[in-house]
Design a protein around this ligand. Structure first.
Ligand SMILES: [Zn+2]
Length: 429
C-alpha cells in the first residue's frame, strides 16, 4: 500500500516536472539536413509552429560562429546560405528562440557541417605533348584532395570506370599555372573523349565536367635540336616547282644539317609528286597553302584547304598539320576548318619579299637584318633568285649560331608542346 502511494507520488512529480520543463525550454530544430552545391548550402529542419524563430550561425575553419540569418516563422523551415567558397568545410549552428526582449528563451544549439562541392572543372583540353599520349590540362583554383578521370574512344562515358589520382600526380605548368596529367599508351590518330571531376574531404565530389576530346598526334621529332640555343624556321610557299629550285634549297639545308617548312599547293604536289616526296625525305615539313592559290585571304574556302590536304597526302603519304593562307589572313572559316583538320595556322615574322624583288642580295640582306631567335621567315620555292639567296643565307645563319628548324620543331621548342590545331603562330616567343 505504502509502495503504491510512493510510486504514484513519483509519477505525479515527474509529470509536473515535465510540464514545467516543457513550458520553460524551447525545442531545438529536428531532422536538420544540409544540402551542398559549389557556392550554396541549403539547411532544412522541422520545427514547432508556435511563434518560434531560428537563428542561423555559420563558420569555417578556426573562425568564430557568425550570425548569418534568422528565420521568423516556426514549422518546417529552410535557410539558403549563399556566396560560399567551393570545396570548403562550413559548420552551422541553429538555435530556436521563443519570446521577446528579456523573456526570450533559447533551445540548445543544433550543429551540422558539410563541405561545399568543388567547382565543376571547365575548359579542360587534351593534346599530345609526348609520344603516344594525351596530356589533359585544366585549371583549378580550390585546394582539392584528388581527381577522377574517365576516358574512352566512345563519346558516351556513362559506363566508363574512372581512374583516380592525387594533385601530386599532376604537373603544374610554370607559365600558365594549369595542371597537366598525362594518359599514356594511346594510339596515334585516334580521338579520345574525357570527363573529369575533383573531390574534397573524404568523398565530396564536384559534378563531372562536360565531355572534351583530344586526338593523339605524332609527337614532334626533336632529334639533334638544342631547345636552349637560338633557332629560326625558314618557310617556303607556292611550290613545289618542277624540281631545280626546291632541290637546290633542300641541298643547302642538308649540308647545314637543317630543315625547313614548305607550304605547298595541292595542285602542284599532284603535278610534281617526286619533288613533294623529296621535301619529306630530306626531313623537312610539308604543309598546306590551299589547292591552287586562286582564293586569297577572306575568300579561302573549306574545299581549298581539304582538297589540298588530300592532294598532298596522295603525293607524299603525309597529311599536313600546318596551314598558311595565301595572303596570310585568317578567318573564322580558316580557324574552324584547320581545327577540324588538325592544322595549326602560320604567319611569319620576317618577310623577305623575294617574290617582289626577285633579287638574292635583297633577300639575304632582309634576313641578315631581321633574323632573331624564334623567327618565322617567309620565302617562295619558285624563284631562282630565292635558291641563290638560300645557298648564301643558310651558312650565314649557321655561323650566327642559329639552328634551322621546321615550324613544328620551333613551336615545340619554344612552347614545350606541339603546335595546337586552329591556333595562329606569327613567330615563337
Ligand atoms: Zn602564296
Amino acid at each position: 500500500m505504502l509502495f503504491a502511494a510512493v510510486a504514484a507520488l513519483v509519477v505525479i512529480i515527474a509529470v509536473v516536472l515535465l510540464i514545467v520543463i516543457s513550458s520553460v525550454t524551447v525545442p531545438a530544430p529536428k531532422q536538420l539536413t544540409l544540402e551542398s552545391s559549389a557556392n550554396t548550402q541549403i539547411l532544412t529542419w522541422k520545427g514547432k509552429a508556435k511563434k518560434i524563430s531560428y537563428q542561423i550561425f555559420r563558420k569555417n575553419g578556426d573562425t568564430d560562429f557568425e550570425l548569418v540569418g534568422q528565420v521568423e516563422e516556426g514549422g518546417d523551415s529552410s535557410f539558403v546560405s549563399s556566396d560560399l567558397t567551393p570545396a570548403t568545410l562550413y559548420e552551422y549552428q541553429i538555435i530556436a528562440q521563443k519570446g521577446h526582449g528579456e523573456k526570450v528563451r533559447e533551445s540548445k544549439p543544433k550543429t551540422i557541417s558539410a563541405y561545399t562541392l568543388p567547382e565543376t572543372i571547365s575548359g579542360a583540353t587534351a593534346i599530345t605533348m609526348s609520344k603516344d599520349s594525351l596530356t589533359v590540362s585544366w585549371t583549378n583554383a580550390q585546394p582539392v584532395n584528388g581527381y577522377e578521370l574517365k576516358y574512352s574512344t566512345e563519346q558516351d562515358l556513362s559506363s566508363t570506370e574512372p581512374i583516380a589520382f592525387t594533385p601530386d600526380d599532376a604537373v603544374t605548368n610554370s607559365n600558365t599555372g594549369a595542371l597537366n596529367y598525362t594518359v599514356p599508351n594511346l594510339t596515334v590518330g585516334t580521338t579520345y573523349y574525357f570527363s573529369m571531376r575533383s573531390f574534397c574531404g573524404e568523398d565530396v565530389y564536384s559534378e563531372w565536367s562536360d565531355v572534351f576530346s583530344g586526338t593523339v598526334t605524332q609527337a614532334v621529332d626533336m632529334t639533334g635540336i638544342d631547345i636552349n640555343k637560338p633557332m629560326v624556321a625558314l618557310t617556303f610557299d607556292d611550290g613545289p616547282d618542277s624540281g631545280p629550285i626546291t632541290d637546290r634549297i633542300l641541298t643547302a639545308l642538308t649540308s647545314a644539317g637543317g630543315h625547313a617548312t614548305f607550304f605547298q599547293l595541292g595542285q602542284l604536289c599532284e603535278r610534281y609528286p617526286d619533288v613533294t616526296k623529296r621535301i619529306v625525305d630530306q626531313g623537312s615539313q610539308i604543309a598546306c597553302h590551299t589547292y591552287d592559290h586562286v582564293h586569297m585571304g577572306d575568300a579561302v574556302t573549306t574545299d581549298d584547304i581539304i582538297r589540298a590536304n588530300d592532294a598532298i597526302e596522295a603525293a607524299c603519304g603525309i597529311r599536313p598539320n600546318a596551314f598558311r593562307a595565301p595572303g596570310g589572313t585568317s578567318t573564322d572559316l580558316i580557324f574552324s576548318t584547320c581545327t577540324s583538320q588538325g592544322q595549326a595556322i602560320y604567319h611569319w615574322s620576317v618577310d623577305t619579299r623575294d617574290w617582289s624583288s626577285r633579287d638574292a642580295d635583297s633577300v639575304v640582306t632582309e634576313i641578315q637584318n631581321n633574323a632573331s631567335d624564334g623567327a618565322i621567315i617567309l620565302m617562295h620555292n619558285i624563284y631562282d633568285s630565292t635558291a641563290d639567296a638560300v645557298e648564301r643565307i643558310v651558312p650565314w645563319l649557321v655561323e650566327q649560331g642559329y639552328q634551322l628548324v621546321t615550324v613544328d620543331q620551333l613551336i615545340q621548342a619554344k612552347t614545350g608542346q606541339p603546335p595546337v590545331p586552329g591556333t595562329e603562330y606569327h613567330s615563337a616567343p
